[in-house]
Design a protein around this ligand. Structure first.
Ligand SMILES: [Zn+2]
Length: 108
């Protein structure tokens, strides 16, 4: 159990799959970064139109993001939920999925 409610302001985010609230550090982040006119060359993520989408392992990138539990269970559910497809292009979806699989596979 997490004891996070009193006093400390720890960043809490909700998993898009199971909708549980967890510490940000315990979640994987799928970041979406708008490709601005400048400084867009540094992103290694897939290009999805005007966005770069990638799994932000360090959690240091700004911009919008989806959070997902660091668990295969949530990932599988997430994959089936079509949330990815709705948000991202098929190419990006595939890429994000394989990246998440890699991370979860080596981490769990
Ligand atoms: Zn979850």
């Amino acid at each position: 159990m997490l004891n996070i409610s009193k006093g400390k302001r720890l960043p809490i985010r909700m998993c898009v799959s199971c909708r549980k609230r967890k510490l940000k550090f315990d979640l994987l982040r799928i970041a979406q970064v708008k490709r601005a006119a400048k400084a867009s060359e540094n992103f290694e993520g897939a290009n999805d139109g005007s966005r770069s989408v990638f799994v932000d392992e360090a959690g240091k990138n700004f911009g919008r993001g989806l959070y997902l539990c660091n668990s295969l269970e949530c990932f599988e559910k997430f994959k089936k939920s079509k949330k990815l497809c709705r948000n991202f292009s098929p190419t990006t979806t595939l890429r994000i999925c394989s990246e998440l699989e890699r991370i979860l596979g080596s981490d769990v």
